[in-house]
Design a protein around this ligand. Structure first.
Ligand code: FES
Length: 169
C-alpha cells in the first residue's frame, strides 16, 4: 500500500510477507481507514520481533498506516498485550484485578514470583519467562487466572502453575 522506504532492522521486519499480511488487514476496512489495522499490524510486528515493539518499528508502522506516530504509541501502551522492551521466550500475565483478588491471586503471585525468582516486569536470568501484572483479562469466572503466551489458564493453584510451567520446554 504505502511506498515506505525502510533500512536496517525496520526493513527486515517490514518484509514482503509482513507487508502482505498488513495489507490484508487494511483491505478489510474502508479506503482511508488504514489505521483500523493498527492492532493486528502491531501483533504481526511484535511476533516478528521476538515479542516486543521498538519505537522505531512503531514509528514505521505509523507511516505505513498513514497515521500519527503518537496514535500508534497510544494503542501500544494502552494494551498489556503489547510489550515495549525485550521480553523472555514466554510471557506470563497474572491478573490481579478484583475477581482474581477475591479468589486468591495474592497467593498465586507469591508462588510464581518465588518459583521464577522475578518480580513483575522482570525476565528470568535464562530469558525463558517475562512476568507481568495485568488488569482484568475477561476470564473472571475462572479466577484466579493467568495468561501464558496466547493461552488462558484458570482456577489456578500452586500445583497447577507448577504443572503448566514445568511443561513448557
Ligand atoms: S478479574 Fe481477573 S480475569 Fe477478570
Amino acid at each position: 500500500m504505502s511506498h515506505l522506504q525502510l533500512t536496517g532492522a525496520k526493513e527486515s521486519l517490514f518484509n514482503e510477507s509482513i507487508r502482505q499480511e498488513i495489507d490484508l488487514w487494511i483491505a478489510k476496512y474502508p479506503i482511508g481507514q488504514s489505521q483500523s489495522a493498527a492492532i493486528p499490524s502491531l501483533h504481526l510486528l511484535q511476533d516478528a520481533n521476538g515479542g516486543w515493539l521498538s519505537e522505531e518499528v512503531m514509528a514505521a508502522l505509523a507511516i505505513y498506516l498513514d497515521m500519527p506516530a503518537i496514535s500508534i504509541f497510544e494503542v501500544a501502551t494502552f494494551y498489556s498485550m503489547f510489550d515495549l522492551k525485550p521480553v523472555g521466550d514466554n510471557k506470563i500475565n497474572i491478573c490481579t484485578n478484583i475477581s482474581c483478588q477475591l479468589n486468591g491471586c495474592a497467593d498465586i503471585v507469591d508462588h510464581i514470583q518465588k518459583k521464577l525468582g522475578v518480580g513483575f516486569g522482570e525476565t528470568t536470568a535464562d530469558g525463558k519467562y517475562t512476568l507481568k501484572e495485568v488488569e482484568c483479562l475477561g476470564a473472571c469466572c475462572g479466577a484466579p487466572m493467568m495468561q501464558v503466551n496466547r493461552d488462558y489458564h484458570e482456577l489456578l493453584t500452586a500445583a497447577k502453575i507448577d504443572q503448566i510451567l514445568d511443561g513448557i520446554k
